[in-house]
Design a protein around this ligand. Structure first.
Ligand SMILES: [Cu+2]
Length: 66
């Protein structure tokens, strides 16, 4: 299943923070983060992790996720 969030990232550091956090989870593939569009896209096997868990990981970094 693919997910797509809008995240209020403002610079390269934000992108790196989100990327690192998602990579650390290890259950997310095809991670694609676009600063210009403020989008975070990836793929999950939803028997491993839920969309809401991913949303919370990004929110815990201090971002707004919609
Ligand atoms: Cu930033």
């Amino acid at each position: 299943m693919e997910f797509k969030f809008n995240v209020n990232m403002t610079c390269g550091h934000c992108v790196e923070a989100v990327k690192e956090a998602l990579e650390t989870v290890g259950k997310i593939s095809n991670i694609n983060i676009n600063l210009e569009n403020k989008t975070v896209i990836g793929s999950i096997d939803d028997s491993n992790i839920s969309i809401n868990e991913i949303k919370k990981i990004i929110e815990d970094l201090g971002f707004d996720v919609t």
